[in-house]
Design a protein around this ligand. Structure first.
Ligand code: NDP
Length: 332
């Protein structure tokens, strides 16, 4: 098996030289409950910047084909979703204490003809992040105004489209003119804005959210949020999903950012952080709903595809810099 290992602690934006491929010899004997699986599609996600450990394989999910099996649940020839890390071949050993987030496997969602790779994106963890974070924390109602950041990414593009399904006015922020065009012309966002060109965020909100912001799905954090809070309506809800604007910073030196406490308090805004795995017991409810919206033509999916397992580090680096539109995946 080939396994990507993080050579040393990150310093700023990851570099290709931070990774090394280690060859691992796998046993040719399986024990009861074990499977041998071969990666078909892999994913790179922002959390890997935070959760990788020097000297250890990089964490991550994959869609894999079962080559050999001694598990009735995952028969030979079937596909599985496995949180196996950045590796091309895996012997999955069930944990006697049950699956945990770092040693997990589950059946594939019922794809009904859609691409298997969606199981790592819209019909996978990022899709559920959008679905549950938005519906359970922002609780959007028809006619409300929703703001979403990293809007052209895996999570954000689904958030905005669910916002439209729920009848909201949706305002998305993304980092290029092409992304903004895609959001407005193909995905039906009411307004999309290239945040890199914004000089005065407050006046952007005054212009495009004249009735105030009711829901904010926050993927980015930083001082952007100061201006969002100032423009929120009484009873507004913030789903604090990610803070990618700080992921490449030295964690001991994350910049202090302003926050408008008086407005936050007087308008009784609610901000709730979440981790998508808190909805593990409803996992397939979210995936099945998103899949059905795709099949009904209500939700569109886009992927940025990198070919070749060996190109995973570059795909990861590119994604952190916004070179992806939609979900970044790797086909082996
Ligand atoms: P994306 O597909 O959105 O890729 C990351 C995007 O972030 C890039 O394309 C880039 O787009 C944007 N970005 C990078 N740097 C900055 C910056 N400094 N300021 C603003 N935008 C930036 O990734 P995901 O959809 O997988 O993840 C989106 C967010 O959701 C992340 O913060 C992630 O950590 C979080 N998340 C949280 C989960 C949870 O359980 N709480 C689960 C899954 C994801 P652009 O060109 O627009 O800059």
């Amino acid at each position: 098996a080939r396994v990507f290992v993080l050579k040393h602690p990150w310093q700023g934006l990851p570099k290709v030289s931070d990774f090394e491929i280690v060859e691992e010899t796998l046993s040719d004997q399986l024990n009861d409950g074990e499977i041998l699986a071969k990666a078909e599609v892999l994913t790179v996600d922002p959390y890997m910047r935070l959760r990788s450990v020097p000297g250890q394989p990089l964490p991550g999910g994959q869609v894999a084909r079962v080559l050999k099996s001694r598990s009735p649940e995952f028969p030979e020839g079937s596909q599985v979703y496995g949180f196996f890390g950045w590796r091309d071949l895996t012997i999955y050993k069930p944990d006697p204490n049950g699956p945990r987030s770092y040693n997990t496997i589950h059946r594939m969602p019922e794809m009904k003809g859609l691409s298997d790779s969606y199981a790592l994106g819209a019909i996978g963890m990022p899709g559920n992040t959008a679905y549950f974070g938005l519906t359970e924390i922002c609780k959007p109602k028809a006619g409300e105004t929703l703001v979403v950041t990293a809007a052209a990414g895996a999570v954000g593009s689904v958030v905005g489209q669910i916002g439209k399904i729920k009848g909201c006015r949706v305002i998305g922020f993304a980092g290029s003119d092409d992304k903004v065009k895609w959001l407005e012309q193909d995905l039906g966002f009411d307004v999309a804005i290239n945040y890199k060109k914004v000089e005065d965020l407050d006046s952007v909100f005054k212009q495009h959210a004249p009735n105030g912001i009711d829901c904010y799905f926050d993927n980015v954090a930083g001082d952007f949020n100061y201006h969002v809070v100032r423009n929120m309506n009484p009873g507004g809800r913030i789903a604090q999903c990610g803070s990618i604007s700080t992921y490449n910073a030295d964690r001991s030196k994350i910049p202090m950012v302003p926050f408008d406490y008086p407005t936050f308090r007087v308008r009784k805004v609610i901000m709730e952080g979440f981790q998508v795995n808190q909805w593990n017991d409803r996992w397939f409810e979210g995936l099945d709903q998103i899949r059905d919206w795709i099949l009904e033509g209500k939700l569109k999916v886009r992927e940025s595809i990198t070919e070749g397992f060996e190109n995973m580090p570059q795909a990861f680096i590119d994604m952190l810099q916004g070179k992806n539109t939609g979900k970044q995946i790797i086909k082996v």
